[in-house]
Design a protein around this ligand. Structure first.
Ligand code: HEM
Length: 537
């Protein structure tokens, strides 16, 4: 919908030139008054002092003083690109969402990110990568906010601040920037056996991708698709890169991060500029929407579990092509706000307790990060479907709403806006049954197995991939000063596979350990560990 604009560098952009920014050929103040110069302050004589009366100086400096906004609390380091999603038509029987229709084209914006580093951190850190896609569909915006790994560290969103506090740089020295090379990370992971599966993905070559273009993406959680006839299936979303999945070796990652910390963002932008447009196929693993919400004993609501593709193949439903670089990093990549709440008719959530918490967190954090509740009006976040909500006013309101009755029903604005009858493009929350009527802080027993899928992953690796993974554990645990933590984590590695445990123990110069007895999600810290978090030795 918005007019195409040519920027000074010749790039075209969807971002509309508003009446406030960059019109006309002459330098002006923010109020449109032309200026003779913006290079010299107004002084009492050539040698000063500077006069308070210099309104242009004060405006220029004051605006500059407020240029920065807070970086994301996680996923601060990112790179984005525009593109298109084209449906294959294969998912129309599963979901009524219009974007899946055959040859239907929908604009997208994707932001790739690391999780733990700050905005200026290096691209090649060993870390999970974010893979967030905004689909600007005719029926509203759908955000598929995924990662490049199919599982997550924790099973309940209430643990998210804990895992992030453990993974972010140490509170005392703010080092390191990279994931995992520190005590708090390994303290957390070794005390939460549910984190072992995600951790082994991180220690594998998947933790250091060659390029954003060679990463898979995963929705992680199980979602529910609703078809036109009301039937439902459960699905897991997958992005498959046309270029295949590639990583770098650890030594390469360290060299690249030193020589070019922007390696991944440069690679993405250069490829698109050169016309080598990266592509991913979107696919779904489809499961019956049964009462157990499980597949062959794998609880589909447990975000620390995947369903092997050998058992349930990924069915392709569409193709995404990224073909346009942002022309303004701040306006697009920094101000974009993804939210797993942004759903369209035909795509719904499940009761995965991690997903349920995410439904609160994104909107909440964006009110701080983007300065109030009106960031949906920012060009990059504006839906491509007509918006007629009854949200009004607030910080950074830039719309001028019409009408006098922002409530419903009303008899003053002709009843407008109208409600959509059920079945006609409206979003209807799927009336999923609620299993139990008691309130509890509990997790289902089916969430208890924390080792078998980590073992499955280990066994799926080739010989050289196993070597890299064992070396990664040895390197990262070698940076952990507390031997109690190292030994506790080693016991988990022996529980995953004795060969893995032995390789890492040897590299660390530690004896072989007794494997952890599963299930062991609530590992008791030993008394020695009460000192962790105290003073640095
Ligand atoms: C940001 C993925 C779990 C809170 C992000 C981003 C991605 C992502 C890709 C970056 C979005 C962007 O590029 O702007 C995931 C995945 C998760 C997960 C795949 C689990 C499967 C959680 C949980 C919470 C959470 C459990 C909190 C309860 C946040 C917050 C941001 C964020 C606060 C920053 C958003 C912003 O400032 O725009 N997440 N996340 N995430 N995530 Fe998650």
């Amino acid at each position: 919908g918005s007019p195409e604009r040519v920027t000074p560098t010749g790039a075209t952009t969807d971002v509309p030139a508003t009446s406030m920014a960059q019109q006309g050929d002459y330098l002006t103040t923010a109020h449109g008054t032309r200026l003779t110069t913006s290079d010299l302050t107004l002084k009492a004589g050539a040698r000063g002092p500077v006069l308070l009366q210099d309104h242009h100086f004060r405006e220029k400096i004051s605006h500059f003083d407020h240029e920065r906004i807070p970086e994301r609390v996680v996923h601060a380091r990112g790179a984005g690109a525009h593109g298109t999603f084209r449906g294959y038509g294969s998912a129309t029987k599963l979901s009524r969402a219009g974007l899946f229709a055959k040859d239907k084209e929908t604009s997208v914006f994707v932001r790739f990110s690391t999780v733990l580093g700050s905005r200026g951190s290096g691209d090649l850190a060993r870390d999970t990568r974010g893979f967030a896609t905004k689909f600007y569909t005719d029926e509203g915006t759908w955000d598929l906010v995924g990662n490049n790994m199919p599982v997550f560290f924790i099973q309940d969103a209430i643990k998210f601040p804990d895992v992030i506090h453990a993974g972010k740089p140490h509170p005392d020295r703010e080092i390191p920037q990279a994931q995992s090379a520190h005590d708090t990370f390994w303290d957390f992971v070794s005390l939460h056996t549910e984190a072992q599966h995600h951790a082994i993905w991180n220690m594998s070559d998947r933790g250091i991708p060659r390029s954003f273009r060679t990463m898979e993406g995963f929705g992680v959680h199980t979602f529910r698709l609703v078809a036109a006839d009301g039937s439902t299936v459960l699905v897991k979303f997958h992005w498959k890169p046309h270029l295949g999945v590639h990583s770098v070796a650890w030594e390469e990652a360290q060299l690249i991060n030193g020589a070019d910390p922007d390696f991944h963002r440069r690679d993405l932008a250069d490829a698109i500029e050169a016309g080598a447009f990266p592509q991913w196929e979107l696919g779904v693993q489809v499961f019956e929407d049964n009462e157990e919400q499980s597949f062959q004993g794998i609880d589909l609501l447990d975000p620390t579990k995947l369903v092997p593709e050998e058992l349930v193949p990924v069915q392709p439903v569409g193709l995404m092509t990224l073909d346009r670089n942002p022309s303004n990093y701040f306006a697009e990549t920094e101000q974009v706000a993804f939210n797993p709440n942004n759903l369209v008719p035909g795509i719904d959530v499940t009761n995965d307790p991690l997903l349920q918490g995410r439904l609160f967190s994104y909107l909440d954090t964006q009110i701080t990060r983007l300065g109030g509740p009106n960031w949906n009006q920012l060009p990059i976040n504006r839906p491509h479907a007509p918006v007629n909500d009854m949200l009004r006013d607030g910080y950074h309101q830039s719309a001028v709403h019409s009408g006098v009755a922002p409530y419903r029903p009303n008899s003053l604005d002709g009843g407008n806006p109208f409600e959509t009858p059920e079945g006609e493009h409206a979003f209807i929350d799927y009336p999923a049954p609620v299993a139990e009527s008691v309130k509890e802080r509990a997790r289902p027993q089916s969430f208890d197995d924390h080792f078998s899928q980590a073992r499955m992953f280990w066994l799926s690796l080739s010989e050289v991939e196993r070597e890299h993974t064992a070396q990664a554990y040895a390197f990262e645990l070698g940076k952990c000063w507390d031997e109690t933590i190292r030994v506790r984590q080693l016991r988990h590695l022996f529980a995953i596979d004795p060969a893995l445990g032995h390789a890492v123990a040897q590299a660390l110069g530690l004896p072989d350990q007794e494997p952890t007895v599963a299930p062991a999600q609530d590992v008791d810290p030993s008394p020695a560990l009460s000192q962790v978090g105290g003073t640095w030795p």
